[in-house]
Structure formats: C-alpha cells, structure tokens
Design a protein around this ligand. Structure first.
Ligand code: DC
Length: 211
C-alpha cells in the first residue's frame, strides 16, 4: 500500500502541496486536520465545551464525518466553510489534544486509507504515529511571518497581527501537547517552503519519491 505522509505546522503549505502531489501520483488525498475540525465543529454546534474531554470524545465516536467528494459533511450537514472559520479554528487545538478523540480519529484515518489502497495523507502526526511505515514522509515548514502571511490571505477579515498571534498559539499547543505532538520524524524529507513556489516543491518531492 502506497502511503505518502505530509506533516507540518499551520501555514507551512502542506495542504496545497499534498493535494497537488495526490493529483500527480493519482492517489486519494486525506486531510486529517479537517477531521479534527469536524469534531470541533460538531462540539460547538451541540453546545459542548471543547475542553471537556469525555463528552467530546463520546460525541466523536458517534459522529459521521464524510470527507469524500470536494467538501466535508458532518452528520449529513455541509461544514466545508464553517470548519475553516475562526470559531472552529479557536476550538480545534483543545479537541486535537484530547487522547480519546485522537485514538478514534487515528483509527478512522487508517481505515480510510486502507479502504482505498493508499493515499497522500496530511496532518501533524502522520509520519510519526498514524503511518510510521509510510512509503515516503515529508515535513514542511516555513518561517512564522510567512505562514501568518499565507493564513492572512485566506482570512482577509482578520488583522495580520491577530492571525500571527493565533498561529503562534496553535504552534505552541500542537507542539507541547502530550499525545502525538507535532514532531519531525527522523526519516522525513524536510522542506522549508518560505521562499519557494508550489511547483518547485511538488517537483522536488516527485523526484525524491522516485529515488
Ligand atoms: O491542519 P489544520 O490547521 O486544518 O489542523 C487543525 C488542527 O488539528 C490543528 O490544531 C492541528 C490538529 N491536527 C492534529 O493534531 N493532528 C493531525 N493529524 C491533523 C491536525
């Protein structure tokens, strides 16, 4: 089974690169961050406190998350736009730090990929935890101001300083959590995307994959 793991912090360019790589390799693409966002979205809709571990985990186990097609459906509701919004973005780190939620989503990620016979999988712990035996692993990074600049282009209604502060806070939470923190796997190809365009990065990864 061909599994390509793409990890890195928010704004590192991993979604764009992972999507393009999946097209090039004719593999399905799985955005695992969208799964954590789907759980945060559902928790907020039900009025659950994202920090309350047990109720959120119980809900996550029951939740139907559909990532096929172009959008994201959560219990049949189209959540494609809302999962990228500021409320979900604020709540998602707490949800992603919940070990029971992680256990459930990691199991689903493995099932999703196995059912399709391989995929390009994007996240924070793909090469370290979800698929430690992946055929190929890449870890993407970029300088904080570059990552904040990219996010700011996506959320034009929020001030750059707010976006940068939010990103720095998420970096800290994602890297400091006890369960599956954001780490670069020893055997991952490390790519700094700060000053490079997407085409060049995708080409480099395709070349390295052949080698
Ligand atoms: O990549 P993203 O911004 O959509 O990820 C949303 C959140 O989920 C982010 O706080 C990190 C977390 N996440 C994670 O802990 N593990 C993953 N495999 C993917 C995302």
């Amino acid at each position: 089974m061909r599994v390509i793991a793409i990890d890195g912090p928010a704004g590192s360019g991993k979604s764009t690169v992972a999507r393009r790589l999946a097209e090039r390799l004719d593999l399905p693409y799985l955005d695992t961050g969208a799964m954590y966002r789907a759980v945060a979205f559902a928790a907020l809709r039900r009025g659950l406190d994202p920090d309350e571990a047990e109720p959120v985990a119980r809900m996550a186990r029951e939740l139907v998350i559909d990532l096929d097609g172009s959008g994201v459906r959560v219990d049949g509701v189209d959540a494609t736009v809302e999962i990228r919004g500021p409320e979900v973005t604020r709540a998602v780190s707490a949800v992603a730090a919940n070990p029971s939620v992680r256990a459930e989503l990691v199991r689903r990620q493995r099932d999703w990929v196995e059912a399709r016979g391989g995929a390009v999988v994007e996240g924070r712990d793909i090469g370290t935890v979800v698929f430690p035996d992946a055929s190929f692993k890449a870890y993407l990074t970029a300088r904080l101001e570059v990552r904040a600049g990219r996010r700011h282009l996506e959320v034009t209604d929020t001030a750059y300083e707010t976006v940068a502060a939010d990103l720095a806070r998420r970096d800290t939470t994602d890297s400091a959590r006890v369960d599956s923190p954001l780490l670069c796997s020893d055997d991952a190809v490390h790519v700094d995307t700060s000053d490079r365009d997407v085409d060049a990065i995708v080409e480099e990864l395709v070349e390295r994959l052949k080698g």
